[in-house]
Design a protein around this ligand. Sequence first.
Ligand SMILES: [Zn+2]
Length: 464
Amino acid sequence: MQGNAIGIDIGGTNIRAARIAADGTILDRRAVPTDRNPEGCLQTCIDLIAALRDSDTVAIGAGVPGQVDFDRQVALSGGYVDLSRIPFAARLAKATGLPVTIDNDASMALLGESRAGAARGYGNVVLFTIGTGIGGAILDHGRILRGRSAAGQLGHLTVVPGGRACVCGRRGCVETESSGTAFATHLTEAGLPPHLKAQDLLGMAPSDSRAQQVLTRWAGPLRAAIDTMITATAPDVVLIGGGAGAAALAALNTVPALKSWFDAPVLSAALQDDAGVTGAALASLPRGRRLVLVNGVPASGKSRIADALAKAGGWPVLSLDTVKAPFLAEFAPVDRPTNRRYGIAAYRAIFDVIAQSPPDATVVIDAWFGFQPRSLLEEGLLRAGAVQIVEVWCHARPDTIADRYATRANSRPAGHPGLEYVPELRALAARAAPLGGFPRVEVDTEATVDTVELKRRITALLRP
Ligand SMILES: [Zn+2]
């Protein structure tokens, strides 16, 4: 039972909150006008949590305006509410008795889109949220890019050198030109009535030069910011979200991207107002450990695959043979029944080691799982706190496996059976089957293996 979490999104107009299940389903929700006083804002959040929580609620996540030092869990600067003036996360945790995770509001929205929206399945994503201001966040290999602390404040990319003064201290930030607030400024400057919406202007342009001017001045700087981010980060996709996101995306069509070396699709975010609360709630729930079980009979080529995955994914590998080898050497000579008992002990040790790894770790296990009873695996997975599992089934023709084993028989560590094992292994390879019951990727180790592609296929089977 993973429980649910309350996600909070502190916006310029409303504070939204929702109780959300581990799979991203919204169970209940509330929205109230934003109190711009930090103390008032904190009290609003406490009240919303009291109204929404149930007996299964285990955590709180909140997307807050401004820069956030994620490691220290403090806001570094304000937006429409300046939460850097109070220890917001600590006080929210104290008042509710639940663990609290805060992050910049756009980072939370990107996590929401990544787990349950338009960025699902993509590891590298740039998000712009267009509203009262402009927020932004960057997903790099599935993680929010943070730099020293608060990277990704994309509203403050300079797009007009020497342009309008921005709250951040610089001039000509994209927020001063392409936010919802800036749209009203462009309207006034063009002498157009303030009630006009972007959709109205799109209907008037191109025959109305003033309407065209406003659209170009509003969307042009955003196009420049998007182009800059595509060049700087080579994302799989750029998402445009926020209250004015749909209008901004429509206006962007009036300033199309130039054909360039640098290209990425620019799409609409999918979750709209729910992105922030969804991301905040899911960010606060432990994601659980993920295990990649690289399985195959001895000499099936699985160690090579496991090592390649470690390089491609940065995932640590626990190999049953590596754990067992020092014991075989220390207690040599070892007969086959004893060797098997070392195997069981090593198998258990692997899951115990994983149980001590970070709660969201991804670990590769390199073993012939067929040697051990299924119950031992199920028990181990439970102990290791593994919530997502992918099996990589390594196979080759039985003759190839027999040849590989025979060639390496003399160089195998102490305790491994010698050449007399070859016929038995050939028979085993002929009848061996994957574990089953988990999402699976099959690898023919006689063919050339594209490990980058293999890692992609595995990642696609894991929730981000
Ligand atoms: Zn700025």
